[in-house]
Write a protein that binds this ligand. Structure first.
Ligand code: UDP
Length: 442
């Protein structure tokens, strides 16, 4: 039976000193009548499965998101050890922003499945989680298992770094009238020695403002809403939506040519852009670095282009009446989300089975034209413009593709029909599956 209780997502940093207080919090929240989804990396979740009492004593739902220590030059199982040298701990902390994409995917999946969390409570190392939660309109809070006083001292030090400006062994943190007198020996050693060059201090300087500054989060929320408002003002069937899924990107030269093609074309577009392969895929998208000079401003002034950094509400975008075509990496979810709305595709597979998906969509289904394959081929600007025009313009081929996409949309609707005894093929298949499971014995 579906869990009707409001769901609270808890997401600690992967170290025992963080997981343990989060678990205690999880039990309290559960006792108050809320459902709890506890998120962590596979290794820690595996361990938690062994230590938590089974239902009904505990109904805390444990969810893994991908992380492998070795991918970050860390020893195996580093994210599950109780102690480690400072430099490895720093490397682990610095690797944590890679959790952002899978965490966003998790919130997206929960929201899409009608299980949108009531709130996200994340670790104080995961400042970025505030923006991610706000993107989905979810309330966000930070929980710190360490002392509030220690946290406040760090924050005040960040603002004042007084030991840099005094020869005395003692100084005052101005935010603490009572206990503000600090002796240098009371400071964490790396902060004392390296000051703002201490990697932990550097990490926190970037991290702390993300969750302490509510205004930043509000901006993030409104920039999502921005997509829908922008689409509302466009003509029906006039916008090309461009995205390479939840994890992929293209090369810098391909990105440049795609932008040039969009510049040359007169078509409206929303482009979910993330740094190319040559950049840091987890960084914010810097348009001045990766796009032709003046391009974002030009398409903005022409009121025909919206560039979204890294993540957009794809399901809602594809369901909007203004969207005419989808330039996609042909990940299967993207394909289904597109065809469910009768939106034809411009295929650009970049990895995994996306190549076969594109082949099938072009050759068998007739709802797609391929513009490129992979990330190490040259893609000419003229070819991109030509394919955009083919799918969005008045050519016979374009009309046929759109007609066909409309037919596939009807087939999908038919497959999902669930009216009393009248059931579509997908619904029937689900019933048959559970009937088979019920009648089998092992
Ligand atoms: N997605 C999204 N916003 C984005 C990028 C992706 O909501 O900016 C969602 C998209 O709706 C889809 C999933 O992420 O449900 C991507 O899955 P897919 O199978 O298409 O590709 P993958 O990311 O697995 O390569």
């Amino acid at each position: 039976m579906a869990d009707e209780r409001p769901n609270v997502v808890l997401f600690p940093f992967m170290a025992q000193g963080h997981i343990i207080p989060f678990l205690a919090l999880a039990h309290h929240i559960e006792q108050m009548g809320y459902a709890v989804t506890f998120v962590n990396t596979p290794l820690n979740i595996k361990k938690l499965h062994k230590s938590l009492p089974p239902p009904p004593s505990s109904s805390i739902k444990l969810v893994e998101i991908a992380f492998n220590s070795a991918d970050h030059g860390l020893p195996p199982e580093m994210e599950n050890t109780v102690s480690g040298p400072y430099d490895l701990f720093i490397r682990l902390i610095e690797a944590t922003p890679t959790l952002e994409l899978p965490f966003r995917k998790l919130l997206s999946d929960l929201t899409e499945n009608g299980e949108k969390p009531l709130c996200v409570v994340s670790d104080f190392f995961f400042g970025w989680a505030a923006d991610v939660a706000h993107e989905f309109g979810i309330f966000h809070a930070i929980f710190s298992g360490s002392s509030g006083f220690g946290l406040a001292c760090s924050y005040s030090l960040r603002l004042n770094l007084p030991h840099k400006h005094t020869d005395n062994a003692e100084f005052f943190l101005p935010d603490f009238p009572e206990a503000g007198k600090v002796h240098v020996t009371q400071m964490p050693f790396p902060t004392l020695v390296a000051g703002e060059n201490d990697p932990m201090t550097k990490f926190q300087w970037k991290n702390l403002p993300k969750w302490s500054n509510g205004d930043t989060s509000r901006e993030a929320t409104s920039s999502l809403e921005k997509c829908m408002e922008w689409l509302d003002k466009r003509e029906p069937k006039s916008v090309l939506y461009i995205s390479f899924g939840s994890q992929n990107t293209i090369s810098a030269s391909q990105m440049m040519n795609l932008a040039k093609a969009l510049d040359a074309s007169s078509r409206n577009f929303i482009w979910v852009a993330r740094p190319p392969l040559e950049g840091d895929i987890n960084a914010e998208f810097a348009s001045d670095k990766w796009l032709p000079e003046g391009f974002p401003q030009r398409v903005h002034d022409q009121e025909r282009g919206l560039i979204i950094s890294r993540w957009a509400p794809q399901v809602e975008i594809l369901a909007h009446n203004s969207v005419a075509a989808f330039m996609s990496h042909c990940g299967w979810n993207s394909v289904l989300e597109s065809l469910k709305n009768g939106v034809p595709l411009i295929g650009w597979p970049v990895a995994a089975e996306q190549f076969y998906n594109a082949k099938m969509l072009v050759e068998e289904v007739g709802v797609c034209v391929e513009v490129a394959r992979g990330t190490n081929v040259e893609v000419r600007e003229e070819d991109i413009t030509e394919k955009i025009e083919m799918v969005m313009g008045e050519s016979e081929e374009g009309r046929r593709m759109r007609r066909r996409a409309g037919e596939v949309k009807e087939m999908i609707e038919e497959g999902m029909r669930d009216e009393g005894d009248s059931k579509g093929s997908s619904v029937k298949a689900m019933h048959e599956f559970f009937a088979a499971a019920n009648s089998s014995c092992f």
